[in-house]
Ligand binder design. Structure first.
Ligand code: FES
Length: 115
């Protein structure tokens, strides 16, 4: 799978601590709304739209175990796998995130016209 990476944070302009550890927020990248989570071990990205009823996961909370809790009905999603709790039977897409020297990047699958 070929990926194209997009810069979310630029350490030079945003600073290196632009997002607090154990926080999540909604960022928009290439027209997609993404829930970006920062855990002690790094950044993780999942779809921002909750599959249950469409709330913004970026407005919810995240746990030290890496679960994002939806602010509306409290469904939970693992930021590393995208999987919901077993009783939910659902998932969200998750995306690779790289922290490089100059910033934080998210990878999306390349479309055929981007090769
Ligand atoms: S909208 Fe997210 S749990 Fe219902």
């Amino acid at each position: 799978m070929a990926l194209r990476f997009y810069k979310i944070y630029d350490f030079q302009t945003d600073g290196e601590d632009v997002q607090a550890i154990l926080s999540n927020r909604t960022v928009e990248v290439e027209g997609k709304r993404i829930c970006l989570v920062r855990l002690p071990e790094g950044y993780f990205a999942i779809d921002d739209k909750c599959p249950h009823a469409g709330a913004r996961l970026g407005s919810g909370k995240c746990t030290p175990e890496g679960m994002v809790i939806c602010p509306v009905h409290r469904y939970q999603y693992n930021v590393k796998t995208g999987k919901g709790l077993p009783q939910q039977g659902d998932y969200v897409n998750h995306y690779p995130v790289e922290t490089r020297k100059d910033g934080v990047y998210i990878g999306f699958e390349k479309k055929w016209w981007q090769f």
